[in-house]
Ligand binder design. Structure first.
Ligand SMILES: [Zn+2]
Ligand SMILES: [Zn+2]
Length: 361
């Protein structure tokens, strides 16, 4: 039988759905107000009515689809390699001294592609999930688990926004903004008629008025949020990293994961253009390992690649990953940029070509 404590926690979790319910009710009402009251009841011109309904339904479907995906995509857990083995757990429990525990964690981390540290330089370890946190992974207290490339916990979707659903979240912001802008623009002339008494005296006029107020207010707040996340995507930063730069052996570095705007975009949206606008998962990588361009020499990183042009170094430090295997999509992310314009200047060293990136100036 489940303990009563866990049952009360489950009860609280039901309350987390209230913001989602609130948004869903507003969307359902806006559908009724726009389709039934504005298009069918009020607009007399058949051509205008058909065009409005067609465009509206395309935006509505894309908006609801991406919202659904953001809510119901389960956050990805770190791979099992990052979890402590039974013997390591016992070893860690036996040690009381923090330095000895760090020594054990450092030994385990040596075989893993982990480059970020805590602010004090310690190995990032989650004692709730009993795992070494992969780079950009954080423990979410609301979800009670470690979330890969955690961006933030969003109450409006009752889910963590992270590696698994960040693309869906971006599309949700984009389509909800387009939805609100379209409703605001097409409702505007009827909203003016409301104030000039040009509308018949039915209940439709009040729906039209409130629809304009709601859509325009949401447009403004969504525009700010969407613009901010576009900036984050271009810089390859999560919201958490924008507030506190990720720390490495050599110290904090806010630009460490940035590979240039185009590659940063493709890391989230993928290589295939046909998937960019669809809420279908196409992000590159596995969420545990992210290519970085390390700004300063890291004691853990091998020295500069052989055959590297020293003049490039003055324009921007060049660094190399330890020779740990990259997954196919990550290798692609690093190698594709060669055919691109000056935006993504990635110079590849001869000693370990796939793993060397040139830091952007
Ligand atoms: Zn955790
Ligand atoms: Zn969360």
């Amino acid at each position: 039988m489940a303990p009563s404590g866990s049952r009360s926690v489950d009860c609280w979790r039901v309350l987390y759905w209230i913001p989602v319910l609130f948004i869903s009710l507003i969307v359902a009402w806006s559908y009724y107000a726009y389709v039934a009251q504005l298009c069918i009841e009020t607009i007399e011109n058949t051509g205008e009515k058909i065009v409005y309904l067609l465009v509206y339904h395309v935006l509505f479907i894309m908006f609801v689809w991406s919202y659904w995906q953001t809510i119901f995509t389960k956050s990805m857990n770190p791979l099992k390699e990052f979890h402590l083995s039974h013997s390591d757990k016992e070893l860690l429990e036996r040690e009381d001294r923090r330095e000895s525990q760090q020594e054990i964690l450092r030994r385990i981390a040596k075989d893993l592609p982990i480059y970020t540290r805590t602010m004090s330089g310690a190995i990032r370890y989650c004692d709730c999930c009993l795992l070494l946190k992969p780079d950009r992974c954080h423990h979410c207290s609301a979800c009670d688990m470690c979330i890969l490339k955690m961006d933030h916990h969003c109450p409006w979707v009752n889910n963590c926004v992270g590696f698994a659903n960040y693309k869906f979240f971006m599309l949700f912001l984009a389509y909800s903004l387009l939805y609100c802008l379209f409703v605001t623009a097409t409702d505007f002339q009827y909203f003016i008629q409301f104030w000039t008494n040009g509308l018949p005296d039915t209940q439709a006029k009040f729906h039209i008025m409130f629809l304009f107020f709601a859509a325009s207010m949401f447009s403004v707040s969504l525009a700010f949020l969407f613009a901010y996340h576009c900036w984050l995507v271009c810089k390859n930063r999560s919201t958490l990293e924008a507030f506190r730069a990720p720390a490495f052996q050599h110290g904090p570095d806010k630009n460490a994961f940035s590979l240039g705007t185009s590659k940063n975009f493709r890391q989230v949206f993928g290589d295939e253009k046909k998937y960019w606008l669809l809420p279908i998962f196409s992000s590159l990588g596995d969420g545990c390992l992210f290519p970085t361009c390390l700004v300063n020499a890291d004691p853990e990183q091998p020295s500069s690649p052989s055959g590297h042009n020293p003049s490039i170094k003055s324009a921007g430090e060049s660094h190399q990953f330890p020779p740990k295997p990259l997954r196919e999509s990550q290798s692609r992310l690093l190698s594709n940029g060669q055919s691109e314009g000056s935006e993504d200047r990635d110079t590849r060293g001869t000693s370990n070509p796939a793993l060397t990136i040139e830091k952007e100036t």
